[in-house]
Design a protein around this ligand. Structure first.
Ligand code: HEC
Ligand code: HEC
Length: 220
């Protein structure tokens, strides 16, 4: 199943993406905890993420309760680090995180990212069924260059790690945050995905589809 999705992602990538095509040879998706946590030290990261106030907004274990603060628990450490560096360079814009990101050293960041990555993400008890979202998630709609979310984000939205590249976990993320990000990708207000892939995916999503996807994925 996983291989099928990867093959599909690769076929799509031949058309659209230099990035993913470089990974096509590697069809063995692996998702051990080591891939998630990376090289940092989660124990040191716990103290550092507290001292640097990350926990104040993102939650003690990375399971924030405020819907505008993305959950970092169970996220890939290298995705966390990439976003952080993108906030620092301005490649990703957000007034709070652009300010926060300036002050943390890279070695501390690796530990902090490892800590959040090692935590389990709290999942909603209530699975949401939604036909529109489910179809897009599993099959996409290639007529509109909407590639299946599952092919990169994993069949359960848990993210995936292919070669040395990670695709972020999105399942169990706050609905409001998911909706905001999809709207930003569509409006080209967020442009930091490799090869612009998320801008392409979101380009022709309709408002009601974004709403449906955000609702569905938050309940996964
Ligand atoms: C004052 C609140 C606040 C603090 C403190 C804070 N963050 Fe954030 N963080 C946010 C908000 C809000 C966002 C969502 C930005 C957006 O909507 O684009 C965010 C986004 C992020 C993201 C992107 C997540 C994703 O799924 O793409 C990462 C990674 C992150 N923060 C890491 C950190 C780390 C590490 C620290 C501590 C050094 C930290 N943040 C401290 C508010 C905060
Ligand atoms: C070809 C691979 C690919 C496909 C298909 C894809 N994504 Fe993504 N997506 C990515 C990558 C890579 C990122 C991380 C971009 C970055 O580095 O900022 C991402 C990021 C995201 C984010 C932001 C996560 C966060 O924490 O901020 C959301 C939300 C998202 N994708 C939703 C979707 C949805 C919904 C679909 C299906 C309609 C989809 N994606 C299809 C590759 C993909």
């Amino acid at each position: 199943m996983v291989v099928k999705f990867l093959v599909r992602a690769c076929a799509v990538s031949v058309l659209f993406l230099a990035l993913v095509s470089s990974q096509c040879a590697v069809a063995d998706e692996h998702d051990g905890i080591a891939d998630r946590v990376g090289d940092g030290d989660p124990v040191a990261g716990e103290a550092k993420s507290k001292a640097e106030l990350c926990q104040g907004c993102h939650g003690e274990q990375g399971n924030s309760s405020g819907a505008e603060y993305p959950r970092l628990a169970g996220q890939y450490a290298d995705y966390i680090m990439k976003q952080f560096r993108d906030f620092r360079s301005g490649a990703r814009q957000h007034h709070v995180m652009n300010a926060v990101a300036g002050s943390i050293k890279d070695e501390d960041l690796a530990d902090i990212a490892a800590y959040f990555a090692s935590r389990d993400r709290v999942r909603s008890q209530q699975k949401k069924s939604n036909e529109i979202a489910e179809k897009l998630f599993v099959n996409g709609d290639m007529k509109r260059t909407i590639m299946a979310c599952a092919s990169c984000h994993g069949t359960a939205g848990q993210g995936s790690y292919v070669g040395s590249e990670s695709f972020p976990a999105i399942a169990g993320q706050h609905k409001l945050y998911l909706r905001e990000q999809l709207l930003k990708w569509r409006a080209l207000e967020r442009k930091n995905s490799p090869g612009g892939v998320m801008n392409l995916v979101a380009k022709s999503l309709r408002d009601e589809e974004i709403e449906a996807l955000a609702d569905y994925i938050s309940g996964m």
